[in-house]
Design a protein around this ligand. Structure first.
Ligand code: ARG
Length: 460
């Protein structure tokens, strides 16, 4: 039985179930391009140090180009007998070019090979995610610029707190996604180290040039311990953690979109292409996309937990457990990529119902704090001002009116220092305009922040 690359040592073949159980080619074939990239760099290095000839290297390049093409066009015959992406490609290479193909694996093991592939794959996904986060922040900042003066109630405890501008509210998410971008950039530094050269676990007796391979593959440097290089997947866990945080922010935003779109709230409408109807209730337009994004956040959290658990019990160095790192990692990246792509478009399609926002902000005494601040500016200590306004709010509740609806003499009954100019601070516009400092909700501040984000995320 010569089916497996290692089968010469075995006296009986594995059962079909064990074959399926141990194979990873179903899912790791998607790393094929990176596997080939790694092999080509390894072959260049073997040539540079004189282990293989330039002719061998040329044959490897030719064979790999054909394999790449076969895979891209769906003509590559993946075989479960060959366990994983690495052995499938290597076998085909030998078929195509003979002995030169057999020389490729000199000074290398699947253990450092797979670690290299995953790092290349994660690096690529990080770059895609960072680009999508840029686009997402641009979409948020663009919508925010249109709504620097649109006012809605700001909530704490989901109770009306103080008026805020819609632009300010949107930019809160742009800040979160900005930190997510930083986290991914930071994670990239640790992903971008070359494990190749660690071989199975101890390094190799060939005079390899790891720095050269790192340079060819655009790594920032090499892993400095072979045992660590082949065994740890902390870089993938870090990526999954960063992805989980992005999804957590997406999920918070989704929750608000769902709430805002409820007819009971009616702050926004989403474009039809992000919603679905009901098969029984003809009137329904459901915000499926944000709901699903909220739901999919759960699976991304789950993958993070799975990877952490996968790693925790493993002694040095490589163990087959690590083959289980891929599906969760891939699914996290896929979910992240799809979600971000959809949300860039979704934000552009948000229809804002400024009237409903304003009507809601006019309920619930959103400018009560402004009245207290007004009294403080007239010399009343804040705690006394707070109590005075609380009494005024109670009277309003009894009468079913809002603070600016109270006549001046009624307001003066609460405190003699209240004058005609009080009505200026009780308006929604007066309230938001007063919060005019870095990070405040005032329209001119929101404009500055939105423009900063657009500049930050603009193509250089
Ligand atoms: N398919 C394996 C993985 O994903 C590649 C490394 C296997 N190495 C080994 N000695 N069995 O981790």
């Amino acid at each position: 039985n010569k089916a497996q690359a290692w089968s010469a040592r075995f006296s009986e073949p594995v059962s079909d179930l064990v074959k399926r159980y141990t194979a990873s080619v179903y899912f790791d074939q998607r790393m094929a391009d990176f596997d080939i990239q790694g092999s080509l760099a390894h072959a260049d290095m073997l040539t540079a140090i004189g282990i293989i000839t330039a002719d061998d290297n040329a044959a490897i390049k030719r064979g790999m180009a054909q394999i790449k093409d076969e895979i891209a066009t769906g003509h590559f015959a993946w075989s479960i007998d060959l366990e994983d992406v690495h052995l499938n490609i290597e076998k085909r290479l030998v078929e195509l070019i003979g002995d030169a193909g057999k020389r490729l694996h000199t000074g290398r093991s699947r253990n450092d090979q797979v670690a290299t592939d995953i790092r290349l794959w994660v690096r690529h996904e990080i770059d895609l995610a960072i680009d999508l986060l840029h686009q997402l922040r641009r979409a948020l900042a663009t919508l925010a610029l249109e709504h620097v003066g649109t006012i809605l109630p700001g909530f704490t405890h989901l109770q009306v707190a103080q008026p805020v501008t819609f632009g300010h509210h949107l930019l809160a998410y742009a800040e979160m996604f900005g930190r997510d971008t930083e986290r991914l950039r930071d994670c990239r530094k640790r992903v971008n180290r070359l494990p190749l050269g660690a071989a199975a676990l101890a390094g190799t007796s060939y005079p390899i040039d790891r720095e050269l391979v790192a340079k060819i593959l655009d790594f920032d440097g090499v892993c400095h311990n072979s045992l660590d290089a082949v065994s740890d997947r902390d870089f993938a866990i870090e990526f999954c953690a960063a992805a989980a945080l992005v999804m957590m922010h997406i999920s918070r935003f989704s929750e608000e979109l769902v709430l805002w779109m409820s007819p009971r709230v009616g702050f926004i409408d989403l474009a039809d292409r992000f919603c679905t109807g009901s098969s029984i209730m003809p009137q329904k337009k459901n915000p499926d996309v944000p709901e699903l994004a909220r739901g999919k956040t759960g699976r991304v959290y789950g993958h993070l937990m799975a990877l952490l658990t996968l790693m925790k019990g493993q002694p040095l160095a490589y163990n087959k457990d690590n083959q289980e790192d891929k599906e969760g990692l891939f699914d996290s990246a896929d979910t992240l990529r799809d979600t971000l792509t959809i949300f860039v478009d979704l934000i552009g399609g948000i229809k804002v119902r400024a009237d409903s926002m304003r009507a809601a902000a006019l309920q619930g005494f959103a400018t009560a704090t402004d009245l207290a601040d007004y009294l403080v500016k007239k010399g009343v200590p804040f705690r006394d001002a707070h109590e005075t306004v609380a009494r005024a709010v109670r009277v309003c509740e009894e009468r079913g009116c809002d603070l600016p609806d109270l006549a001046l003499d009624v307001l003066q009954g609460f405190h003699p220092s209240i004058a005609q100019d009080v009505y200026g601070v009780l308006t929604l516009e007066g309230s938001v305009a007063a919060r005019d400092h870095i990070g405040g909700t005032a329209p001119n501040r929101v404009k500055i922040e939105a423009e900063r984000i657009l500049a930050e995320t603009g193509k250089p």
